[in-house]
Write a new protein. Structure first.
Length: 281
């Protein structure tokens, strides 16, 4: 007996991870003006940022509807025990609601609200795969994944607030203050919602060392088996600073991954975060 693990493209794992763990992905639609693309298939973050820069129009994401999920679940429902689908936070998108609606047409599809986004979803997807590989019964796996989701530490530092402002997630006053003072806010996922964390000043690569230090001080019981460094775009210096700040903690694996267009549409370039389960000893 086994089950299939699925997610949306906003889980932001590497292509190699999806293939290695046999994870099926339902892509979000990305709208650039009058043109529609599929996240992770025929558009890159560079395309997205170039469009926004030239057109001054914010790219958009199109929510997946219930019929998209019905078709997806029918195609992927090939394992004896069915499917565990881990979805983008219900506080950020209607996709979870639509996935649940679609799952009612099946007796073996279980939809979990990740209460997260980006590699915070991906972290839970990999945990689901580890349970599947241990032959954990599907209902027990659903319970374990659900109980552990509150331990996901996901936060990121935003270089510029322009994209968040255009998307209605940041006020004009905050945007002006950030631009004038060079403030780089951290955004933290809390109970499925994005909230503003600590604020940093200076060039983005110089703030990251302090951001990592502050995060590890606050969320100080990491599961050291894996930590993600996830970014919409980043210089080598930004990545190196973050890796160096993490290196002394003892993580067995520090994985780099690029956030997909679904996430990049809302946070803009040079956004970087670290993600791990905060339930170690």
């Amino acid at each position: 007996m086994s089950f299939k693990v699925t997610c949306e493209s906003c889980a932001d794992l590497n292509t190699a991870d999806y293939k290695k763990h046999n994870i099926s992905v339902l892509p979000f639609s990305i709208i650039l003006g009058d043109n529609e693309f599929k996240d992770g298939i025929n558009i890159t973050n560079a395309d997205l940022f170039d469009f926004a820069e030239k057109s001054k129009i914010l790219p958009k994401t199109a929510a997946l509807n219930a019929s998209d999920y019905v078709e997806f679940f029918k195609r992927e429902n090939t394992e004896d025990e069915g499917i565990i689908h881990i979805s983008l936070s219900s506080k950020l998108s209607s996709t979870y609601e639509h996935a649940v609606e679609a799952s009612k047409e099946f007796d073996n599809v279980y939809v979990i609200d990740s209460e997260s986004l980006s590699s915070g979803v991906g972290l839970q997807v990999l945990y689901a795969c580890s349970l599947r590989d241990k032959k954990t019964p599907i209902k027990e796996a659903v319970e374990l994944i659900t109980n552990r989701r509150s331990s996901v530490q996901i936060s990121f530092v935003v270089d510029k607030l322009n994209y968040l402002h255009k998307g209605g997630r940041c006020s004009a006053v905050a945007l002006l203050g950030s631009n004038l003072l060079g403030i780089k806010p951290s955004i933290v996922l809390s109970s499925g919602k994005m909230v503003v964390g600590k604020k940093y000043m200076g060039k983005i690569h110089k703030t990251l060392d302090k951001y990592v230090s502050d995060t590890l001080e606050e969320f100080n019981t990491p599961d050291k088996s894996l930590c993600f460094i996830t970014y919409s775009s980043a210089t080598k210096e930004m990545i190196d600073v973050t890796k160096n700040a993490l290196s002394g903690v003892g993580f067995k694996k520090i994985a780099e991954t690029t956030a997909g267009c679904t996430v990049a549409t809302h946070c803009g370039p040079n956004t970087l975060g670290i993600i791990y389960y905060n339930d170690g000893k």
